[in-house]
Design a protein around this ligand. Structure first.
Ligand SMILES: *[C@@H]1O[C@H](CO)[C@@H](O)[C@H](O)[C@H]1NC(C)=O
Ligand SMILES: *[C@@H]1O[C@H](CO)[C@@H](O)[C@H](O)[C@H]1NC(C)=O
Length: 391
């Protein structure tokens, strides 16, 4: 009786202690393992995925290793692994069948490596994959069926590569995708239908590329898009109505391009817009109708352009504007007298470092809530008496 009881006690004790012991004992060298199954391995000593990982490993992060190749069996037997990352490791090859043994993966991050060619369909077994990061590699092209089969993919990062002209069907079938980053590549051409499958996309990054134009209709299917970043390209013209399907857009960046003109009504049908950047473009003029109703816009920066003047109603639809930074425009000489007619909430207005010559006495008369007005460094302008309503 007594010995049976003692035996049971020992069994209980061992059962409770074992996982902790096992966890500490089985964590491979160069790795840190936590009891929940997260394993992080760092350093040159690692040349392949450590063999004796804890059985319940669900997260494996390898960083700064010498693992240059993912072999056919590297990921074998990691039945519970859901998130795998191998970064800063000069990875240059992936066996075509490397992911056949790890079909359950939800996240694969291979950022900051030396991948230049990835065999087509290498990721295709990963039907439940939600996140794929290939940013910071050397890819110049993407095989047309590279992402085929990734029906669950939500997040795809291809930034910081050497892509020049992705094919029109590379993203076909990625209907669940919500985030796509193509920024910091050398893209000079995007086919008009390239994004047409991406009806659930929320964020699209194309900044820091070499685009000279946007094709008509390119964003037409992105009806859910919230953020579109196209700054730092070489875009000279925009097709009319190119953004007209983007009724949910909150952020649009077009700054640092080569726009000299913008077509009429370009920013219509974006009632939720809160951020629009068009500064640092050699704009010569703006059309009489440009901005649609955008009551949530609070800050606008319009500087480093070649504008000599602007239409009197250009800000009229931005009724919620709090801060307007309309400065550093070398050639800006004249402002229409009704320019600030419809900005009842404006708190800060900067007109500094323009080339203003004359300001209409009624120019600021509607700005009843203005707290800061900057007019310094306008070489030519001479002071006139302004009237501020209610003051
Ligand atoms: C990975 O390694 C790189 C370079 O050695 C380092 O800059 C980075 O912070 C590391 N990242 C993580 C998550 O440890
Ligand atoms: C202001 O927006 C409305 C609706 O979007 C539009 O009809 C009107 O023409 C716009 N005004 C200007 C000056 O663009």
């Amino acid at each position: 009786m007594d010995s049976l009881f003692r035996g049971t006690l020992w069994t209980i004790l061992i059962l409770f202690t074992l996982p902790h012991l096992a966890c500490n004992m089985l964590c491979p060298g160069s790795c840190l393992c936590n009891f929940k199954g997260a394993v992080k391995c760092v350093g040159d000593a690692i040349t392949d995925i450590p063999q004796n990982l804890p059985v319940h490993t669900y997260l494996l992060q390898l960083n700064g290793t010498q693992m240059n190749i993912i072999n056919e069996q590297s990921l074998a037997k990691q039945y519970l692994l859901l998130r795998f990352s191998l970064t800063y490791s000069h990875l240059h090859a992936i066996h075509p069948n490397a992911f056949h043994v790890a079909r359950q993966l939800k996240s694969v991050k291979l950022s900051s490596n030396d991948l230049s060619a990835i065999s087509a369909r290498v990721f295709s077994p990963l039907a439940t994959l939600e996140q794929l990061h290939l940013d910071g590699n050397q890819m110049e092209t993407i095989a047309p069926d590279m992402f085929e089969g990734l029906v669950s993919l939500l997040d795809l990062d291809l930034s910081r590569n050497k892509l020049t002209s992705p094919a029109s069907d590379v993203f076909d079938g990625l209907t669940k995708l919500t985030f796509l980053n193509l920024g910091r590549n050398s893209i000079n051409k995007l086919p008009p239908t390239i994004f047409h499958s991406l009806t659930n996309l929320l964020q699209l990054m194309i900044y820091n590329n070499e685009l000279e134009e946007l094709e008509a209709g390119i964003f037409d299917k992105l009806v859910n898009l919230v953020e579109l970043k196209i700054h730092h390209n070489q875009i000279t013209i925009l097709p009319p109505q190119v953004f007209w399907s983007l009724n949910n857009l909150k952020t649009l960046t077009l700054s640092s391009n080569r726009l000299q003109a913008i077509p009429e009504k370009t920013f219509y049908n974006m009632p939720k817009l809160t951020k629009l950047t068009i500064y640092n473009n050699p704009l010569l003029s703006l059309p009489d109708q440009l901005m649609g109703h955008m009551p949530d816009m609070t800050d606008l920066y319009l500087y480093a352009t070649n504008l000599a003047t602007v239409p009197g109603n250009v800000f009229a639809n931005m009724s919620g504007l709090l801060r307007l930074n309309f400065h550093l425009n070398d050639k800006l000489r004249e402002l229409p007298s009704d320019l600030f007619c419809c900005l009842p909430k404006l708190e800060k207005l900067s007109l500094k470092s323009n080339d203003l010559l004359y300001l209409h006495p009624q120019l600021f008369s509607g700005l009843t809530t203005l707290g800061i007005l900057l007019l310094n460094d306008n070489k030519r302008y001479f002071l006139v008496k302004f009237s501020f309503e209610g003051s």
